[in-house]
Design a protein around this ligand. Structure first.
Ligand code: FES
Length: 179
């Protein structure tokens, strides 16, 4: 299960409490409550499901089971960079899986997971409608076509360069503030 960030536990307790307060703890409200928690937090943290299960007096394993059954629920936090690999037939046939494996190797996470620093999340999606440039990867909102392992290397280098630039900017800003 994904580790919580600093202050995230308190935020989850607060948001889930608000949502339960609004909907009540009747079991028939379970799905709308889970949807609203996901909308509010960007995903369904394990802690949120435990709180909901306790409030509804049902085993938390039942809530987990339900969320894994419906694929609308996201159990891992979205990364700052969301990488979605198309696994539609056209992409799959010409290297979609190879692109996925290249990202997995770089990020050391599997499909459906998020890096512990929450910078990257990796998922697969159905056809995104750009089959002519298969295999396709959607990076944040941008479409990347004809993605080979070399292109994955290039994308990762670009991300790292952006991150370094941001860190440097932040450090400079903090320095200025400290003056
Ligand atoms: S199958 Fe990937 S864009 Fe259509």
């Amino acid at each position: 299960m994904q580790q919580l960030l600093e202050g995230e536990k308190e935020l989850i307790i607060e948001k889930v409490g608000e949502i339960l307060g609004k909907h009540g703890s009747d079991r028939e409200n379970l799905i709308p409550i889970l949807q609203e928690v996901q909308d509010s937090l960007g995903y369904l943290p394990g802690l949120s499901m435990e709180i909901i299960a306790e409030a509804m007096d049902i085993p938390s394993v039942d809530v987990f089971g339900l969320t894994t059954f419906y694929n609308q629920f996201r159990l891992n936090p979205p990364g700052k960079h969301q990488i979605k690999i198309c696994m539609g037939t056209a992409c799959y046939m010409v290297g979609g899986r190879i692109a996925l494996e290249s990202f997995e190797r770089h990020l050391k996470i599997g499909e459906g997971e998020t890096t512990s620093d929450r910078k990257y999340s990796l998922e697969t999606v159905a056809c995104v409608g750009c089959c002519a440039i298969a295999p396709v990867v959607v990076v944040n909102e941008d479409i990347e076509g004809k993605v080979t392992p070399t292109r994955v290397d290039g994308l990762m280098l670009a991300f790292e360069a952006d991150e370094q630039e941001e860190e440097q900017k932040e450090a400079e800003e903090n320095e200025e503030k400290g003056d």
